[in-house]
Design a protein around this ligand. Structure first.
Ligand SMILES: Cc1cc2nc3c(=O)[nH]c(=O)nc-3n(C[C@H](O)[C@H](O)[C@H](O)COP(=O)(O)OP(=O)(O)OC[C@H]3O[C@@H](n4cnc5c(N)ncnc54)[C@H](O)[C@@H]3O)c2cc1C
Length: 249
């Protein structure tokens, strides 16, 4: 799909530079985007650096990525039909994932490091009613074990320091996402690292637009990122047209 999208963009005149942006100057009408190889100038810039899933940072997590470790229940849930899985986390995403996976999996364990959830009350009530979901409070994952794929997780009760082993076929990590907004720090108001802008992607810096996972929104998926991209491109086009009119007057 990415290849098809690249073809469509380049056929329409887009030029692609596979470089890392290290600095940006956004205050003036002509903005600068500095990469490790070049400096580009533009009157409008759309930021869409996406986000990174927060990791547990435990042994086995990287080794079993795609072999039982997942960061997206919506994407990978169907691979675990009739199986036993653990969801790690205690916020809205973790509870939402556990509820969604309970409809597909035989048994869901929800492992949370605290004794109460941060998630919305209605999600907690929904979770309580599910017979195949077991909540394990006050516990952290110490390591993920297996041979070619995940087979078990090692848990530590943070109160008693007791170590236990839980046999699972999959681990869904839902401990948050980290938007890649470092370049924007100090330039735009951020909320938990996300940029608070409407669907049109318009920021309070003229000529700067935001799209995709950087936006604070309920659902971070490809389809919503594409929608943001289209909206931000439209906003940028309007900005350039209006700006050109003002310049000509
Ligand atoms: C493991 C995983 C599986 C997922 N599976 C699905 C799925 O099946 N279906 C679905 O709809 N969604 C899925 N998602 C969510 C989906 O990937 C995102 O919501 C979507 O890709 C966001 O699009 P984006 O354009 O905002 O960011 P991204 O797709 O993350 O693209 C951001 C790009 O910016 C680049 N970048 C970042 N910083 C810089 C920099 N300084 N300089 C230059 N380039 C930079 C990155 O390298 C990246 O190429 C998944 C996410 C993860 C983590």
């Amino acid at each position: 799909m990415a290849d098809e999208l690249t073809k469509q963009a380049t056929t329409s005149g887009a030029k692609i530079a596979l470089e890392e942006v290290i600095r940006v100057g956004l205050a003036d009408e002509i903005k600068t985007v500095e990469t490790n190889e070049n400096t580009y100038e533009a009157r409008a810039v759309i930021f869409a650096q996406g986000s990174t899933r927060r990791k547990l940072g435990v042994p086995g997590e990287d080794a079993f990525l795609g072999k039982g470790v997942s960061y997206c229940a919506t994407c990978d849930g169907n691979f675990y039909k009739g199986k036993t899985i653990a969801v790690i986390g205690g916020g809205n995403t973790a509870l939402g994932d556990a509820i969604q996976l309970s409809k597909i999996c035989k048994q869901v364990y929800l492992v949370h490091r605290r004794e109460a959830f941060k998630a919305m009350y209605y999600l907690q009530k929904q979770l309580e009613a599910l017979p195949n979901v077991t909540v394990i409070y006050n516990s952290t994952v110490e390591r993920i074990n297996g041979n070619n794929k995940v087979e078990e997780i090692r848990l530590k009760n943070i109160r008693s320091a007791e170590l236990t082993t839980l046999a699972v076929d999959g681990v869904f990590v839902a401990v948050g996402i980290q938007p890649n907004t470092e370049l924007l720090e100090g330039m735009l108001p951020l909320s938990d690292g996300f940029v608070e802008v409407g669907e049109n992607g318009v920021t309070n810096i003229p000529g700067l637009f935001i799209a995709g996972d950087l936006r604070k929104k309920a659902f971070h998926q490809i389809v919503t990122a594409e929608s943001d991209g289209a909206n931000a491109a439209y906003s940028a086009q309007l900005y350039l047209q209006n700006n050109a009119k003002q310049t000509n007057q």
